[in-house]
Design a protein around this ligand. Structure first.
Ligand SMILES: Cc1ncc(COP(=O)(O)O)c(C=O)c1O
Length: 393
């Protein structure tokens, strides 16, 4: 793997990809982050939720031809649960996991999604108050989970989150607290109030001593990867995933790494001002973003990574790249008004970021070659959100 000298693209010197002659197996450290065991049972549990439906995996043959790759497939999470984003999987399942563990601990027996929805153990579950900080989507998912099981919920939002996203959270019965600052400020305030009030934080990001729940959130995301594997038997050779704190990328990379031999090439995509993974890769350990995370890609506006994901992303992602703010609108337009008979896809600013990454690489021959892209490549992208109140002008 030759590393081109581009300010927006960097190879991971720790990645042990088979094509580089090394092969870091998907070992215990990686399994701690994402473990495919039991995911079929999880899918079964989800089947009890009336809103659950597998989301589409669209093929974009015309765009693939234009860009010089073999195939492009887009997992369209804009259609998840009628919710509009993949985040629906994480928060709901993590809330379920906390409540079912509590019932399990109390009675030494397991419970089900359906039983908790019917409030079968109020003496154990009703006292839980769930909270999280969110740029919008994750908070809506936690609110939905709390509503499903009848719990109180308090969501902390940064200043920039749209009024529509706030309204969608409130519509699910949660209280909303706005902080005067960014996502990381919201995380700090959520932690402070949760400790004071003994609320249970359902965070998608981890910190020292707080890993179990972010792992449950990522386990929820693995549902979409299992679906992809079933929808696309040969699977991808290249996977572009947009990262905020890295939960989605860790779930996708980790699950595919565990299931495919050789595994695909993994590429992390971030906004320039919220490049915490890009900087962490350069430093070889968790690092802050170089900018202030002021980006239209609200779901990716994070200055710090989720450290629990390091064994998968920090050791396993092959490439880290950033995209420019002015790529967002043209990329959303390309999804919405595709070439020839490719299907039209509705994406939000964070949803389109993987495609923006692919477009940037394909516009630069050095990068294209370095990533090993070509006519036999099968590229996977995740449209992680639809239009959630940030319409295309
Ligand atoms: C639409 C969307 N895409 C991608 C992400 C990034 O996910 P993560 O923070 O797990 O990396 C988010 C996070 O909120 C999001 O809302």
């Amino acid at each position: 793997m030759t590393t081109p000298s581009l300010p927006w693209l960097a190879a991971n010197p720790r990645a042990r990809h088979p094509s580089s002659g090394h092969n870091l197996p998907f070992g215990r450290d990686q399994q701690f982050v994402v473990n495919p065991n039991g995911v079929p049972e999880l899918l079964e549990e989800l089947g009890q939720c009336p809103a659950h439906k597998v989301t589409p995996l669209h093929a974009l043959p015309a765009l693939a031809g234009r860009l010089g790759v073999g195939e492009i497939r887009v997992k369209d999470e804009s259609q998840r649960f009628g919710f509009g984003a993949f985040k629906a999987l994480g928060g709901v399942l993590a809330v379920y996991s906390v409540l079912s563990s509590a019932v399990g601990d109390a009675y030494h027996s397991s419970t089900t999604f359906a039983a908790l929805m019917k409030r079968e153990h109020p003496e154990i579950t009703s006292g839980y108050v769930f909270t999280t900080a969110s740029s919008g989507n994750h908070g809506r998912s936690v609110a939905a989970g709390a509503k499903l099981f009848g719990n109180r919920c308090v969501i902390f939002l940064p200043k920039f989150t749209s009024a529509d996203k706030e309204a969608a959270i409130r519509a699910r019965g949660a209280e909303v607290i706005r902080v005067d600052g960014d996502y990381d400020t919201a995380v700090a305030e959520c932690r402070r109030q949760a400790e004071a009030n003994r609320w249970t934080i359902i965070s998608d990001t981890s910190w020292e001593g707080y890993e179990q729940i972010p792992r449950s959130v990522m386990r929820g995301y693995t549902v979409l990867v299992e679906e992809i594997i079933q929808q696309w038997p040969p699977g991808p050779t290249h996977v572009f995933v947009q990262a905020g704190v890295g939960g989605l990328a860790a779930a996708v990379f980790g699950y595919l790494w565990a299931r495919y031999e050789p595994r695909p090439v993994f590429i992390v995509v971030e906004p320039e001002s919220a490049d915490c993974w890009f900087q962490s890769n350069l430093l070889g350990k968790p690092a802050l973003a170089s900018g202030n995370a002021d980006t239209v890609m609200g779901g990716l506006a994070c200055r710090e990574i989720s450290p629990v994901t390091w064994p998968v992303i920090g050791l396993g992602a092959d490439w880290f790249m950033t995209i420019a703010e002015d790529q967002v609108v043209p990329t959303r337009r390309l999804f919405a008004g595709p070439l020839k008979s490719d299907p039209a896809i509705t994406s939000g600013p964070s949803g389109c970021a993987g495609l923006a990454g692919l477009m940037r690489v394909c516009a630069d021959q050095t990068a294209f070659k370095a990533l090993g892209l070509g006519a036999s490549s099968r590229v996977l992208l995740i449209n992680s959100e639809g239009d959630l109140g940030e319409p295309l002008a």
